[in-house]
Design a protein around this ligand. Structure first.
Ligand SMILES: [Zn+2]
Length: 374
């Protein structure tokens, strides 16, 4: 990864490049700051800059053999240590999970600890850096660099080390091997040993500046400007959070679209067209379908409350508000019960693995009935 591929963080990039340019690389650095701001990406770019054979303009070249290997995460002098999940009493070290680590970093180096736990486990188990790792680390640090002047070890989330492992790391920090750079990447330094903190050069990484997240989202998503703006503000410099906000609202828009069509078609009893729409909806996976049904329940409730003029309870985004202005007048105590119960039945049937296609036709018929009650 080149520095230029990282969103914002220009001051830190310059600071890191000048360390290398002036031959003042500390043997241990600690990048710390919030999740989703690019600390891993900065560590990768810094490592690549150190080993690049043709640096220019304060960035690695991306073309030399060393850069190519670093970019594929197969450079023999760049090592990675990160939390892993242990099964029973079997030992577990980072190298066991290297394929998943590479895949995730290469697809999005901004990923979170929770995301990593989802990738290597069921998401409920918290990964750690176990003591087995420390002998691996010491072994790797004792090698002479294979191809470059320096070897680099990137340690993601050292706060996930238990005390035993942390103490071994401390030893390494006390007796640094030559031409070795340790890059620690932490989110919460309160959980780190003070003896470790005092032996590293701490570099605080700030959240990504809004303008960079804004540009990134505008280029990569087809969302309208106000949604992008909302996602930028919501993320507060955390790229993952901004992307989540945008995707959530992208989904919401799709659900809203389906809802509007489904209601219009069942209201006017256009069953052939309903079948077509249903086929589109059920082509998505079950979670998506259930999310849509839950969305429908929430939105129906909002419309019912609007009709009852209890609208201070309702929070709607622009397109929802617009449709609800007219639609809410059709939702009342005569039909709301049947609508709720039919949607809930559909969700339950999907949970029981019933035929989704049939369930959606039943839902459509019930909706036609419900409208006839209003
Ligand atoms: Zn290079």
């Amino acid at each position: 990864m080149k520095f230029s591929e990282i969103l914002g963080q220009n001051k830190i990039k310059e600071q890191l490049a000048s360390m290398v340019n002036n031959n003042r690389i500390s043997h241990a650095l600690l990048f710390h700051g919030k999740e989703g701001i690019g600390k891993k990406a900065l560590a990768l770019a810094f490592a690549q800059y150190i080993i690049c054979e043709n640096k220019h303009g304060n960035d690695s070249c991306g073309e030399c053999p060393a850069c190519k290997k670093a970019q594929k995460m197969v450079h023999p002098d760049i090592h990675y240590v990160f939390p892993v999940i242990k099964e029973g009493t079997k030992s577990a070290v980072s190298d066991d999970f290297l394929p998943q680590w590479r895949d995730e970093i290469l697809s999005n180096p901004y990923f979170s600890y929770q995301h990593w736990n989802n990738v290597i486990g069921d998401g409920k188990k918290a990964s750690s850096i176990y003591v087995d790792e420390s002998s691996e680390m010491i072994k790797k640090l004792n090698f002479k660099p294979f191809e470059s002047e320096y070897k680099v070890m990137i340690i993601w989330l050292p706060e996930k080390m238990n005390t035993q492992t942390a103490n071994k790391l401390l030893k390494t920090l006390e007796e640094p091997s030559e031409k070795t750079v340790l890059i620690l990447i932490a989110e919460n330094i309160d959980f780190m040993l003070s003896t470790i903190l005092s032996r590293v050069q701490q570099i605080k990484i700030a959240p990504i500046e809004n303008q960079y997240i804004n540009n990134y989202l505008s280029e990569n998503f087809s969302s309208p400007e106000d949604l992008v703006q909302f996602a930028v503000n919501y993320g507060k410099g955390n790229l993952n959070k901004s992307i989540d906000a945008l995707q959530q609202s992208e989904e919401n828009k799709r659900y809203h679209n389906w809802f509007v069509q489904f209601m219009r078609l069942t209201y006017s009893n256009k069953m052939l067209e309903v079948i077509e729409l249903n086929n589109e909806i059920i082509s998505y996976d079950k979670n998506e379908i259930k999310n849509f049904l839950s969305y429908s329940i929430r939105y129906l409730r909002d419309n019912f409350l609007l009709n009852k003029e209890q609208d201070n309870l309702v929070f709607l985004v622009e397109n929802e508000k617009e449709f609800a202005q007219k639609f809410s007048s059709f939702i009342n105590e005569n039909n709301i019960e049947l609508m709720y119960s039919s949607i809930n039945q559909t969700i339950e049937s999907i949970n029981r693995n019933a035929n989704v296609k049939i369930q959606f036709q039943v839902l459509a018929i019930n909706m036609v009935r419900a409208f006839s009650l209003s």
